[in-house]
Design a protein around this ligand. Structure first.
Ligand code: UD2
Length: 313
C-alpha cells in the first residue's frame, strides 16, 4: 500500500488532507514542529503515524521520508505580516526546509511531492484573473520564499525526475483554521470574533477582494494531484481556487447574518505587504488534474460558522 507523508500535519490544511487520506483507508505519516500547528488538531487522526520534528534539520527529513511514496508538503510559515516581521525565519521554514525535504525525498526514493504554493507569487499585479503564465511578482518575504520553494519543485522534476507538482493556493478557509493569532486568516478571525460578539477590524477600506477557497476543495485538488498521470503534472504549477472573488465588506455582511453579529467593523490602515485584489484563473487545474470546485462560498461559510460555533473556540 502506498504510504503518504503530510508535512504540517497539525496545521489547518495538513490535518485536513491527513483526515481525508485516513478516511479512504490510506496509510499516513505526519510531521509537525508545532510552531503554528496545534496538538488538538491531531484529535481524530489517531490512525496516522505522527512524528514531532522540524524539517529545517536534514536528518529529520531523511528519516521521515523513508518508505514514503507521495508527500503533501504543507508545512510553512503562512502569514504575510509574520514574514515581514521575521524574514529570516520565513526563509528557513519555507525555503531551507523545502529544499531539505526535496533532497531527502530524492535520496529515499519518494515518487511524488505535492507542494502548497501560494497566490502571493503574483503580488499586486493589476491583471485579473491571475493565470500561471504571468510573470511572478512577489511583494513580501513570504511570497519570495514560497516562490523559491516552487522553483525548487520544478528543478527537482527537471533535473532529478521527482514527480513534483505545485498547487498555488488562494485564500483557504474552513474548519480547523486557527482563529486565535493576529496572524490568522481573516475568515477564521472574523468567525471567532463575530460569534463572540467582539469588535472586528478591517485593514484598509474593505474593498480589497480575495478568491476564498473552501478547505474541502483544497483537499480534493491535492488528492487529484497525487493520483494524476505523471506526464500531466510533473514539474507543473497550477492555481487552486474557485475562480470567483468577494470583498471583505461583502464577507462581513454575509458573516453578520450567519452569526447574528450586531456590531460594525472598525477600519484601520492597510497592512504592509497586503495585495489589493486576488482572483484565480483555474483552467489549468481543470485541464491537468480534472479539478472543479464543489463548495460555493455561501455553503463554505455556513459550514465554517457552524464548525466554530460547535468548537466554541
Ligand atoms: C493569504 C494567505 C497567505 C498567502 C496570501 C497570498 C491566509 C491566512 N493567508 O494572505 O498565506 O497565500 O494570501 O496573497 O490565507 N484582514 C482584515 N482584518 C483582519 C485580518 C485580515 O481586514 O483581522 C485583511 C487583510 O489585511 C487582507 C485580507 O483581510 O487584506 C486577507 O487577509 P489574510 O491574512 O486572511 O490573507 P492574505 O490575503 O493576506
Amino acid at each position: 500500500m502506498a504510504k503518504y507523508l503530510v508535512t504540517g500535519a497539525a496545521g489547518f490544511i495538513g490535518r485536513s488532507i491527513a483526515a481525508a487520506l485516513i478516511a479512504r483507508g490510506d496509510s499516513v505519516r505526519g510531521i509537525d514542529n508545532f510552531l503554528s500547528g496545534k496538538r488538538q488538531n491531531l484529535i481524530g487522526l489517531e490512525e496516522m503515524e505522527f512524528r514531532e520534528g522540524d524539517l529545517r534539520k536534514y536528518a529529520t527529513c531523511a528519516s521521515v521520508c523513508r518508505g514514503v511514496d507521495t508527500i503533501f508538503h504543507e508545512a510553512a510559515l503562512v502569514s504575510v505580516p509574520q514574514s515581514v516581521a521575521d524574514p529570516i525565519t520565513a526563509n528557513a521554514i519555507c525555503v531551507d526546509a523545502t529544499l531539505n525535504l526535496l533532497e531527502a525525498a530524492r535520496e529515499t526514493g519518494v515518487r511524488r511531492v505535492v507542494f502548497a504554493g501560494s497566490s502571493a507569487a503574483y503580488g499586486d499585479s493589476e491583471t485579473l484573473p491571475k493565470h500561471e503564465a504571468m510573470l511572478p511578482n512577489p511583494i513580501s518575504p513570504y511570497a519570495s520564499a514560497k516562490l523559491a520553494g516552487e522553483n525548487y519543485m520544478r528543478v527537482y522534476a527537471r533535473i532529478y525526475g521527482l514527480e513534483t507538482v505545485v498547487l498555488r493556493y488562494f485564500n483557504v478557509f474552513g474548519p480547523y483554521q486557527d482563529p486565535t493569532s493576529h496572524y490568522s486568516g481573516v475568515m477564521a478571525i472574523f468567525c471567532r470574533k463575530m460569534l463572540a460578539g467582539e469588535q472586528i477590524t478591517i485593514f484598509g477600506d474593505g474593498e480589497q477582494s480575495r478568491d476564498f477557497t473552501y478547505i474541502e476543495d483544497v483537499v480534493l485538488a491535492n488528492l487529484l494531484a497525487a493520483s494524476a498521470p505523471a506526464d500531466k503534472i510533473a514539474g507543473q504549477v497550477m492555481n487552486l481556487a474557485t475562480g470567483g472573488r468577494v470583498t471583505l465588506n461583502e464577507i462581513f455582511e454575509t458573516l453578520s447574518s450567519l452569526t447574528g453579529y450586531k456590531g460594525t467593523p472598525e477600519y484601520a490602515p492597510p497592512r504592509s505587504g497586503d495585495i489589493r485584489h486576488s482572483l484565480a484563473d483555474i483552467c489549468l487545474a481543470r485541464e491537468l488534474i480534472g479539478y472543479q470546485p464543489t463548495i460555493d462560498l455561501q455553503e463554505g461559510l455556513r459550514r465554517t460558522v457552524a464548525w466554530y460555533r460547535a468548537a466554541g473556540i
